[in-house]
Design a protein around this ligand. Sequence first.
Ligand SMILES: [Zn+2]
Length: 156
Amino acid sequence: MTRYPIIQSPMLDDIEHRLRPCPTYCHGFLGEDDRKLVQILTEDQGTVHALGLTHIGIAERLRSLTEAARGGWGDPELVDDKFFVEVHEIRGKLPCPWPHPGLYQKGFARLENIKTGEKLVWTELSIHLIGEHGFYEGKGSPYRLDPKDLKRILEL
Ligand SMILES: [Zn+2]
């Protein structure tokens, strides 16, 4: 516990409320993570900076890997001689939990690093959340993309 209560803006309180488990996103974006949203954002920002990366750079890499594999229609495509990437299209869209208009495809991409066998899964919404909001989801969320994992598995 910190000595002082964590204060965040009412806007972040609203967003945090939408990110907690609810009928729309059954697992919630925060998983078991009971930290305030502002703490999650700040800690991940610090980690990304310490790794020498940027939110936008990570999001662009995820986007380019998705685009490179889109022609495979769900079959694994070899990308950059380093990764197998499959893109699965699913009908339907999800809104961003931040207050702005924007709908993102429900499909997902799955990547395997051929050398290590490590895997990552992301969606169009995860790319947006990282690139625009610096949000990697909470610890314990099944879709968390930990910046350290992204750096290692994507060889950034
Ligand atoms: Zn957004």
